[in-house]
Design a binder for this molecule. Structure first.
Ligand SMILES: Nc1ncnc2c1ncn2[C@@H]1O[C@H](COP(=O)(O)OP(=O)(O)O)[C@@H](O)[C@H]1O
Ligand SMILES: [Mg+2]
Length: 314
């Protein structure tokens, strides 16, 4: 438990997760899935829900529609004690949804963005920033209303004295137009996964991508799926393997749970090594249940399940 207060700004959508799918859907055919889950989705909201369950005081700022999905998302966040006071409702747009088709370690996602695209710089509670110590933002490419102001947003957060983190996530259009040269200097912790970093830097190998981005990134944390993660800051570098476990279900939200674990420890002033270790553990815990949040109920449960994972690493 720490007494730092976190503001998460980002997208909100429900996830309809289909597991155990027999083949890939084809037009004109019917494809069956063996299992289905309907859960809180979206990178930013999964991160917020899980870090709150770990014990960090968390507030979410995002946009939903006037509909049942929007209500469901608010309730799910509230169940994990996330404050929803800065979640606004669009009168014209519907709440977003992602249909996740899961195939072992990877998945094919189909997303309707809806209200999340309308969230913009004016929705951020600038007047109340003194209530917060850290700002986390996720899923840049899906939030059209935020894009042109991203540098300004991070700059103002730093000016207000907050520490900051960013998970860019994937660009569905594969253009990767994100002004990292001007934005990353205001981001304390940058949390891409391996393939996102290569795409952003337009490089084919990780060494070249790291060499390119390190001039702009303060602390670079690279998520590498079953290979674990790396952290690079200045001349320091750490690597940690993933904690592969017997109870693997799916990797939906693993990166967001990793982010939650990392930032939770960071706000507790842990060493980089311990931040990375705990992030890997939380990523691994995420994979034991379908979707991004089911494995993260309360701090006590998380501790218990994390101990089991440590004992049963493959
Ligand atoms: N199969 C797995 N077993 C154990 N841990 C995993 C597994 N897949 C991912 N993780 C953990 O979750 C983290 C994030 O997963 P990754 O797939 O790299 O991110 P993203 O979801 O952003 O693509 C990894 O760095 C690792 O620590
Ligand atoms: Mg990710």
């Amino acid at each position: 438990m720490n007494n730092k207060r976190l503001l998460v700004v980002g997208e909100l959508n429900v996830d309809l997760i289909l597991n155990d799918i027999r083949g890939f859907p084809k037009i004109g055919n019917e494809t069956l899935a063996g299992e289905m889950e309907f859960t809180l989705g979206s990178s930013a909201a999964i991160m917020a829900s899980n870090i709150s369950a770990m014990g960090t005081d968390t507030t979410f700022c995002g946009k939903i529609g006037h509909d049942k999905f929007g209500e469901f998302l608010k309730q799910e966040l509230q169940k994990r004690k996330v404050s929803t006071r800065y979640i606004s409702t669009s009168d014209t747009l519907k709440t977003g949804i992602t249909v996740v088709m899961n195939y072992e370690q990877d998945c094919a996602n189909l997303t309707f963005c809806g209200a999340m695209e309308a969230l913009n710089i004016k929705d951020i509670p600038w007047e109340d920033l003194k209530e917060y110590d850290h700002f986390h933002f996720s899923n840049y490419f899906l939030q059209k209303g935020i894009q042109k102001d991203i540098t300004e947003i991070f700059k103002r957060m730093k000016e207000a004295g907050l520490t900051t983190s960013l998970d860019l996530q994937v660009d569905p259009d594969d253009k990767w137009e994100f002004d990292y040269k001007n934005t990353l200097p205001f981001v304390d912790i940058f949390l891409p996964n391996y393939s996102e970093l290569l795409s952003l830097c337009k490089k084919n190998d990780l060494t070249a991508a790291i060499a390119h981005i390190r001039d702009y990134a303060n602390v670079l944390v690279i998520k590498m799926g079953e290979q674990g993660a790396r952290l690079i800051t200045g001349e320091q570098e750490y690597r940690q393997g993933a904690l592969l476990n017997k109870d693997f279900k799916d990797a939906v939200g693993a990166g967001d749970s990793f982010n939650a674990g990392f930032i939770h420890k960071y706000l507790n002033a842990a060493s980089w090594e311990n931040c990375l270790k705990y992030a890997n553990l939380m990523g691994s815990l995420n994979t034991t249940r379908a979707g991004g949040t089911a494995a993260f109920t309360s701090a006590e449960e998380i501790r218990k399940k994390a101990d089991e994972i440590k004992k049963r690493v493959l």
